[in-house]
Design a protein around this ligand. Structure first.
Ligand code: SAM
Length: 244
């Protein structure tokens, strides 16, 4: 936390890890402990539940529909020098910008501090042993149009890059872009999906964690939880011995 900036209302947008509270960093724990106001979705509040002190914290559970009203209410209610923390799943800097940008609008950039967490993307990369610097990372978990992202996905696969992505679980079936839609889309784009290795990780870092490993075409008729990350594995391992 940047101590010299504690004048005014202070909002912390923090990553709390993708599931297990063991992925919470100490700096994030510190600001949660010092924040009178905590606002979050059910899932993220559950990750930090052991840090909530009944007599001190004012906790607001929000949904996608009512969040805007609560953000505005709390902003108005807060006094100078008071802290509010909003926990985000995984890393606040990955696939959260539609909410983060709105909070920057309400609170103003100078009153907001972002604190990174460990993303589901990083955990998936670790499980699959894929170096992120040689991987295209994509999020389809966005409200905006995903056509450009779909093109990027095709290009990355054709460039022999690995891909780590979060799919798009939408209520509207036409907008869904889950594992089965991804497999069919790539096949229609002329990619040999029977030859590509994929991993699907569900409920990472929780007791329900599950993994599927197989070929991309196998996903055509498989259904996974919205809480999942997919890896297309095209890694060619190279060590420093290859470059002597
Ligand atoms: C809006 S995105 C937020 C991503 C998050 N900021 C992160 O860094 O992991 C939400 C999506 O992330 C993925 N996700 C988050 N936590 C996960 C977990 N524990 N296991 C698998 N996927 C997860 C799912 O695809 C979920 O629908």
């Amino acid at each position: 936390m940047t101590e010299n900036k504690i004048k005014g209302k202070k909002l912390f947008l923090v990553g709390v890890g993708p599931g297990s509270s063991k992925y919470l960093t100490d700096v994030v724990k510190d600001v949660i402990k010092r924040s009178k106001y905590l606002i979050g979705y059910k899932y993220t509040l559950a990750i930090i539940r052991d840090l909530i002190i009944r007599d001190f914290h004012q906790v607001y559970e929000v949904t996608m529909k009512d969040q805007d009203q609560t953000y505005n209410e709390v902003y108005k209610k807060m006094q100078d020098s008071e802290f509010c923390t909003i926990p985000f799943t995984g890393d606040v800097n990955f696939s959260e910008s539609e909410v983060v940008d709105r909070l920057l609008e309400i609170f103003g950039d100078d009153n907001v501090e972002l604190m990174p967490g460990i993303s589901s993307i990083q955990v998936a990369a670790s499980r699959a042993k894929i170096p992120l610097d040689k991987t295209r990372v994509l999020s389809f978990h966005v409200t905006e149009n995903i056509e450009d992202g779909k093109r990027e996905l095709v290009d990355a696969i054709q460039d022999k890059k690995s891909v780590v992505l979060v799919p798009r679980p939408w209520n509207n079936r036409d907008k869904n872009f889950m594992q089965s839609e991804i497999a069919l889309y790539l096949k229609n784009e002329g990619i040999d999906t029977s030859n590509l290795t994929v991993w699907v990780f569900e409920f990472l870092t929780t007791p329900e964690e599950r993994v599927f490993r197989g070929k991309l075409n196998e996903l055509e008729h498989m259904y996974f939880s919205p809480m999942s990350v997919m890896v297309i594995d095209q890694v060619e391992r190279k060590t420093y011995l290859d470059f002597e």
